[in-house]
Design a protein around this ligand. Structure first.
Ligand code: SF4
Length: 260
């Protein structure tokens, strides 16, 4: 039975994956996007229904909507529709586009204008082997209110899964994990993290058997039960590692060992 009060019905961050593909092959991608072959753009209708359902349930989003993929800039000006849709229901929260940076110079004036008007920020990951012209990018964004942040930390990636299979202490794994702070909203479900949302890609391509049921249906559960679910470890957490950090790296051939 849930012990949450109505005061506690909030989620800090929600991630929306606007496209499945990325175009890069980062070793051990936490969204397993490097495994996707056919391009699929996320449905705005599905997103709108889910945003309405969260409102109906009285679940607040406290801090941030994260637009990511795959690589979100691959959908170009269609991002404007996602931004406008979120702003239709949520005025105050930060919206952040997380990109690998390769298409930033090709962003249209319309998209930048929409971001500026809607308080949308841009976080750019450091990609080894690719040069981004920061001066050029800054010159364009300095004329706006958009915060353009470069995520230059060297060791931003970590092996996701334990090579040994499973730990008995999933609570410990969960408590030290930073991915649990941003939940993935997708087709009427809230997943505890992006790994839980997309691990099916790894299972599909490598025949692994990681749990794919670490989500809660937002149409079949109460707000209290949804919050309770998201604040506790799931079965997948017992497989996670997250301690072995390494520098982002592009690979030619994707292997299961990239994730463990
Ligand atoms: S499954 Fe659990 S431990 Fe693993 S990344 Fe997600 S929240 Fe973290």
């Amino acid at each position: 039975m849930s012990t949450n009060t109505s005061k506690e019905k909030f989620i800090r961050k929600i991630e929306i994956n606007v496209i499945n593909k990325c175009g890069m092959k980062c070793q051990g991608c936490s969204h397993f996007a490097s495994l996707e072959k056919e391009e699929e753009i996320y449905s705005l209708d599905s997103l709108e229904s889910d945003l309405i359902q969260l409102k109906t349930l009285g679940i607040k989003i406290k801090q941030e909507f994260k637009l990511i993929g795959g690589e979100p800039l691959l959908i170009g000006d269609k991002l404007i529709d996602f931004i406008n849709l979120i702003r239709k229901y949520y005025n105050e929260q930060r919206i952040v586009i997380h990109t690998n940076g390769l298409l930033v110079e090709k962003m249209s004036d319309e998209l930048i204008d929409c971001m500026d008007k809607n308080n949308v920020h841009l976080y750019i990951s450091k990609m080894n082997g690719y040069n981004i012209d920061k001066n050029k990018i800054n010159a364009r964004f300095n004329k706006t209110r958009i915060c353009c942040l470069y995520m230059d930390d060297k060791e931003t990636f970590s092996k996701i899964f334990l090579p040994s299979g499973k730990t008995k202490n999933k609570l410990l794994q969960y408590s030290i994990c930073t991915r649990k702070c941003c939940h993935t909203l997708r087709n009427g479900k809230l997943f505890v993290c992006s790994v839980a949302a997309f691990v099916y890609r790894l299972n599909r391509d490598f025949g692994t058997k990681y749990p794919e049921n670490c989500f809660i249906d937002i149409y079949k559960n109460s707000a209290e039960d949804i919050i309770e679910f998201l604040r506790n470890p799931t079965e997948l957490c017992s497989h996670c590692d997250g301690q072995r950090k390494y520098e982002q790296n592009q690979v030619k051939n994707i292997e299961l060992s990239d994730w463990m």
